[in-house]
Design a protein around this ligand. Structure first.
Ligand SMILES: *[C@@H]1O[C@H](CO)[C@@H](O)[C@H](O)[C@H]1NC(C)=O
Ligand SMILES: *[C@@H]1O[C@H](CO)[C@@H](O)[C@H](O)[C@H]1NC(C)=O
Ligand SMILES: *[C@@H]1O[C@H](CO)[C@@H](O)[C@H](O)[C@H]1NC(C)=O
Ligand SMILES: [Zn+2]
Length: 266
């Protein structure tokens, strides 16, 4: 059996805020950036599988469908708990057995469980008639790898990963979770890249092969089929050290300068 490993590169965009907090973001552009960078790093066999699994209208562009999983949350209601992990308030740690469950306590129903699930499904690619829809598995996996790297997708239970914390992003009203999903990336694009996401992607791509080359190797290390527990642990740690730090209801957050960290590739 040909093992087709989908290498997904995920990025953490860190902005140092004026309150010395930093932020990361994975909204539509976050997912687009992650998938664009990942698709160019696929092995030959994985690239072929991705081409074959993408619907024709995607025109071989994985990034164009990396927000599909958000769009089907309502139609596939069962999939909505698969985008995040709720960890105990203020503990700043993650444990699969303790935390990877949905609100009804059903085990494995969290973003880490979903990454394992869809990676395992994709490993059946090329075997006789997979029982799964591997197009959906690919779109879910490439989306969830982005989500798990947004620190507030591995956040505290009672504030729903910063979703109940109202803040201001500069002068605009926002919600802490949304700051990290979208505001930081949008502002960085406007300020430094002429509102052109491709320019940001090119800058990241260049750094991965140069100044971050050594770190990128470590980010890519994974001795299991998939390594979501590593990313989730890094996520809640970053959430506590940066996203939640010094932030209260009504805080005004601002990006001072941008520092982008490549977190992992596998
Ligand atoms: C695994 O994938 C199947 C098919 O999409 C889905 O029905 C199931 O809920 C998924 N479970 C998890 C934990 O991701
Ligand atoms: C697989 O899922 C995609 C996206 O939901 C859908 O368009 C396609 O028809 C499905 N394929 C099969 C064979 O069910
Ligand atoms: C690329 O690396 C340089 C040097 O560390 C850094 O100043 C720059 O912000 C990085 N670019 C991005 C998009 O992260
Ligand atoms: Zn999501």
């Amino acid at each position: 059996m040909e093992v087709c490993r989908i290498h997904i590169v995920a990025f953490l965009v860190t902005l140092y805020l004026s309150c010395f907090c930093a932020a990361h973001g994975w909204g539509i552009d976050g997912h687009l950036i992650t998938c664009r960078l990942a698709q160019t790093r696929l092995s030959k066999s994985a690239a072929n599988a991705v081409s074959e699994l993408l619907p024709a209208y995607a025109d071989d562009d994985l990034a164009s469908l990396c927000s599909w999983a958000d769009r089907v949350k309502f139609r596939y209601h069962w999939s909505s708990p698969l985008h995040y992990i709720d960890t105990p308030d203020n503990l700043c740690t993650y444990q699969y057995n303790r935390d990877c469950k949905d609100e009804d306590g059903v085990q494995d129903r969290c973003v880490a469980g979903a990454i394992n699930n869809y990676t395992n499904q994709l490993l059946t690619y090329g075997t006789t008639a997979s029982q799964y829809n591997l197009t959906e598995a690919l779109l879910f996996l490439s989306h969830f790898i982005g989500d798990i790297h947004q620190p507030l997708h591995v956040g505290f239970t009672s504030d729903r990963g910063g979703n109940t914390i109202d803040v201001h992003w500069y002068t605009r009203k926002s919600v802490l979770h949304h700051v990290w999903d979208d505001n930081i990336i949008e502002t960085a694009e406007e300020r430094f890249y002429d509102s052109n996401v491709d320019e940001l992607i090119n800058a990241l791509d260049k750094n991965i092969t140069t100044v971050w080359a050594n770190q990128a190797k470590a980010w890519a290390a994974c001795s299991n089929t998939a390594c979501p527990d590593i990313y989730a642990s890094e996520g809640i740690k970053a959430a506590c050290e940066w996203a939640y730090k010094g932030v209260d209801e009504g805080s005004v957050l601002e990006g001072k300068f941008m520092h982008v960290l490549l977190i992992d590739a596998y």
